[in-house]
Design a protein around this ligand. Structure first.
Ligand code: FES
Length: 123
C-alpha cells in the first residue's frame, strides 16, 4: 500500500493511512513501493516503529509477532528485537533495518525513506 510521497531533504514520505488501522500493541505489514515494511504501534501511546517486514533469521513475518515495551518477538523462533534501533536482543541475528516514522496532526502514519538510495534502508 502506498499513498502520497513528497520529496524533502533527500527523503520521501509515504502516507500509510490512519493510525487506527493498526491496533495498539500490534504490527501490520505494508507494501510500500514494492517493498514489505512492518509497522508497529505501541500499546498505550501513539508511537509507531517501522522495520523490515521479515526476520533476518528465517524470514518470519515480524508483524505477526508479539509487540510490547518497544520490542517485537518473532513469531517463528522467538528472537527478540528492539523496534527503535532494530538491534537483536539476546540472539545472534542481524539487526533489523529500521525506518523513520511520524504521526501527522490528523493521526496518519508517515513513513520516511531515503529518496537517493532507493531502498538501501535507513532510519
Ligand atoms: S525466523 Fe525469526 S527467529 Fe527464526
Amino acid at each position: 500500500m502506498t499513498a502520497a510521497s513528497i520529496p524533502l531533504d533527500g527523503m520521501v514520505h509515504y502516507d500509510l493511512g490512519t493510525i487506527d488501522r493498526i491496533p495498539p500493541g500490534e504490527g501490520q505489514t505494508f507494501l510500500v513501493a514494492g517493498r514489505e515494511i512492518a509497522v508497529f504501534r505501541a500499546r498505550g501511546t501513539d508511537e509507531v516503529y517501522a522495520t523490515q517486514a521479515r526476520c533476518p533469521h528465517k524470514a518470519g513475518l515480524l508483524a505477526d509477532g508479539i509487540v510490547g515495551d518497544g520490542k517485537v518477538i518473532c513469531p517463528l523462533h522467538s528472537n527478540k528485537f528492539d523496534l527503535a534501533t532494530g538491534a537483536p536482543l539476546g540472539n545472534a541475528c542481524q539487526s533489523l533495518t529500521t525506518y523513520r516514522t511520524e504521526i501527522s496532526h490528523d493521526r496518519r502514519v508517515l513513513l520516511w525513506l531515503s529518496a537517493a538510495a532507493g531502498w538501501s534502508g535507513s532510519t
